[in-house]
Design a protein around this ligand. Structure first.
Ligand code: TRP
Length: 450
């Protein structure tokens, strides 16, 4: 039975706010409790470097975000919870994907285009101040997702294009290298709650500076809620909940019944002050119990660190063998194996059937013979005092450590076998090469089967 893999990342820049909670953390944690899913949640700290070059802030924010998810109920036993930069296979996959990414595709990515448009508005060079990191953002994100073959990626609407790009790159890679390497992910946008309005009514976002931080003191949170912009309707005037972002925020926290009741109070003309107080109380009801846990983690960063390292270890149990498979797929391979495989196919085409056989003679010594089905004996060994020594020489010859030179089969600069005078040394060399190739091919087959 294969379970549905759900993966999501959060960029650790700045302190977590209610928008992160409603849009990503809360639904993701709720979904992670479903026994039919395998959840992968991670801190996208490589992504953070694109917009934040303050090391202390990156570190601090990574701790804050990790503590936030843990405090809000993420169970690290059930969820694979890790830090992106603890998985070196992710940047490696990023490069493999980069090489199947059309540059034009990245030119059309929203975040990059928005930066270019902003430059155009200011009349400066199109790429002024834009790092290649921003440009590559979607490829790194695709690597995050494809590495764990996620089926579903819960994200805000603004991230949907990134998931489409991940699908596109996964599909291209599968097509180019001819295999079902990657599962194609689907964006999962919760239409009801995906974007939370901020203090000014625009989407709550760090970049708009309109956020309500999750972990402020209750008094401060209340003050911010009281500052949410509303219209100038007086208490007693009926109000339209659907035109009010105060109501939309309330709805993001409340149950359906609570929302229906609040809708009714709007119709009856609840005053904005009273509505804000009700909103603050509803938010605090969710946040208060987690606040204690959050404080605990912030005071014990070592606990968070070891949880993340354990999560990374679990994640790498998948990413290590997977990247090995992908390297193989693209041709980043051991030369010994691929050279041997090549030689193997050539020799088999020539119909050679070499054998290297050990035997004991009447003198009590141990010998081996290199023979080929139609050509007969091509090399005859010297005598070995015991079978173990002869066996060791055979094993090394099969691994390709010996060569035919001047009518001798040479191992470690010493002749261990001789090509009979009636045999062309070139035939012996061809049989030896074919033998090595067959051994290597058999070994590779055994390894890929296990
Ligand atoms: N780009 C996402 C954001 O800004 C964060 C992110 C990075 C992500 N990698 C991801 C989300 C992979 C989902 C899957 O919110």
């Amino acid at each position: 039975m294969s379970r549905r893999r759900v993966l999501t990342g959060i960029k650790p820049t700045g302190s977590p706010h209610l928008g992160n909670y409603v849009g990503a953390i809360k639904p993701a944690i709720a979904a992670s409790r479903d026994a039919a899913t395998d959840s992968y949640f991670f801190l996208a700290d490589y992504h953070a470097l694109i917009s934040c070059q303050d090391p202390l802030r990156v570190q601090r924010s990574t701790l804050e975000i990790a503590a936030t998810w843990l405090a809000l109920g993420l169970d690290p036993e059930r969820v694979t919870f890790y830090r992106q930069s603890d998985i070196p296979e992710i940047p490696e996959l990023t490069w493999l994907l980069t090489c199947v990414t059309g540059k034009g595709l990245l030119n059309r990515a929203h975040a990059y285009k928005a930066a270019v448009d902003a430059n155009a508005d200011e009349g400066v060079d199109a790429d002024a101040g834009i790092s290649a990191g921003l440009y590559m953002y979607p490829v790194l994100m695709a690597a995050d997702i494809l590495m764990f073959n996620a089926h579903a990626v819960p994200v805000g609407r603004d991230q949907v294009q990134h998931i489409e790009i991940a699908r596109d790159l996964g599909q291209r890679f599968n097509h180019i290298y001819g295999g079902d390497y990657f599962t194609l992910p689907e964006a999962q946008v919760d239409e009801g709650t995906a974007t939370l309005a901020g203090l000014d009514g625009r989407k709550m976002s760090k970049s708009y500076d309109n956020t309500i931080p999750l972990w402020d003191e209750p008094a401060l949170m209340r003050k911010l809620v009281m500052g949410i912009v509303t219209n100038s309707q007086a208490p007693g005037e009926p109000k339209d909940p659907d035109a009010s972002h105060l109501f939309s925020i309330y709805q993001a926290f409340a149950s359906a019944e609570e929302s229906a009741a609040m809708r009714e109070r709007f119709a009856q003309g609840i005053g904005w002050g009273e509505a804000k107080q009700a909103l603050f109380e509803r938010i605090d009801q969710d946040i208060a119990p987690a606040r204690e846990r959050y404080r605990h983690y912030m005071a014990h960063p070592q606990e968070v660190e070891s949880l993340l390292l354990r999560g990374a270890e679990r994640a790498r149990e998948q990413s290590r063998p997977f990247i090995a498979r992908l390297r193989e797929a693209v041709g980043l391979r051991s030369l010994a194996q691929s050279g041997a495989a090549l030689a193997q196919s050539q020799k088999v085409a020539e119909g050679l059937q070499p054998e290297l056989k050990q035997y004991r003679d009447s003198d009590g010594q141990f010998y081996f013979k290199l023979a080929e089905k139609s050509a007969g004996v091509l090399a005859q060994s010297i005598g070995f005092a015991n079978g173990r020594e002869a066996g060791a020489a055979i094993a090394r010859i099969k691994r390709g450590e010996a060569a035919i030179a001047n009518g001798e089969l040479v191992l470690d600069a010493a002749a261990v076998a001789y090509v009979p005078d009636v045999v062309d040394p070139a035939d012996a060399a061809a049989a030896l090469a074919a033998l090595v190739a067959q051994e290597a091919a058999a070994l590779a087959k055994k390894q890929s089967a296990s």
